[in-house]
Design a protein around this ligand. Structure first.
Ligand code: SF4
Ligand code: F3S
Length: 107
């Protein structure tokens, strides 16, 4: 079992999540973060830290966001590791709650 980052992280990218992960298994793209499924120990600490509720247990991914399970696994192999919080994008608040942000995900 793993936790995954889903749609609402795209363009919000607060990075509070990385500070609490005991195994440092977050990886950073231009406007989204992912969790490496083979490194996540399923501790659940990150889930409540996300200000926009973008983190889910693999078995509780919202309907329509299932594609993010594979995306976390795929992108965690190519993106660099991130362990320290940084400022979110200046326009993050405008994107909180916008649906179907997959089209905006930059690789
Ligand atoms: Fe890290 Fe725990 Fe979140 Fe997995 S569930 S990504 S180990 S904080
Ligand atoms: Fe994204 Fe939430 Fe982490 S917006 S970067 S999953 S704190």
């Amino acid at each position: 079992m793993t936790f995954i980052v889903a749609d609402n992280c795209v363009k919000c990218k607060h990075t509070d999540c990385v500070e609490v992960c005991p195994v440092d298994c977050f990886y950073e793209g231009p406007n989204f973060l992912v969790i490496h499924p083979d490194e996540c120990i399923d501790c659940a600490l990150c889930e409540p830290e996300c200000p926009v509720d973008a983190i889910f247990s693999e078995d509780e991914v919202p309907e329509g966001q299932e594609v993010y399970v594979e995306l976390n696994a795929e992108l965690a192999e190519v993106w660099p590791n991130i362990t320290e919080k940084k400022d979110p994008p200046a326009d993050h608040a405008e994107w909180d709650g916008v649906e179907n942000k997959l089209q905006y995900l930059e690789r």
